[in-house]
Design a protein around this ligand. Structure first.
Ligand code: ZN
Length: 150
């Protein structure tokens, strides 16, 4: 499986293809998302960082932009019960490793190798989305925990 790396240019291309205007606000949000993709940032962090690039950006515009990008399949929204929505640009098959302590989300790129067409054929279930998550503790949090004990 070839990894499709998202760049600022490929995101702009997608905006244009989907008939979305390339506004400075949208660009600022996209840039910040790409710069912080390892964090899978939420809207508040994206807003805070994107505002440094584009002063006129508002929180409501940030939410609206993220919804729009997500609705058009340019990025993916991860919704959770107990923490704010997070956003990712990695649309390839992968596992999200979610730290229960610092709420960091790491990507583990792996081909799951499950044939979705086969699942659909056997069950009559039409798959529209997939999400794979492992919960636990990241390296930094584990090290902190261990040093705290010693
Ligand atoms: Zn952590």
């Amino acid at each position: 499986m070839k990894k499709n790396v998202m760049t600022r240019e490929s995101m702009i291309k997608q905006l244009k293809e989907k008939g979305l205007k390339v506004t400075p606000q949208r660009l600022a949000i996209i840039e910040v998302l790409l710069e912080n993709k390892d964090l899978h940032p939420g809207a508040r962090l994206l807003y805070k960082e994107a505002k440094k690039k584009k002063k006129s950006l508002s929180l409501s515009t940030t939410y609206a932009t993220l919804n729009e990008l997500s609705r058009h399949g340019i990025i993916k929204t991860l919704q959770f019960d107990k923490m704010e929505d997070r956003y990712e640009e990695n649309l390839e098959e992968h596992i999200n490793l979610i730290c229960e302590r610092c709420k960091k989300i790491l990507d583990y790129n792996v081909s799951i190798g499950l044939d979705q067409r086969e699942v659909a054929k056997k069950t009559g279930f039409s798959i529209t989305d997939t999400r794979l998550e492992y919960y636990g503790f990241c390296r930094e949090c584990r090290e902190e925990e261990e040093s705290g004990k010693g």
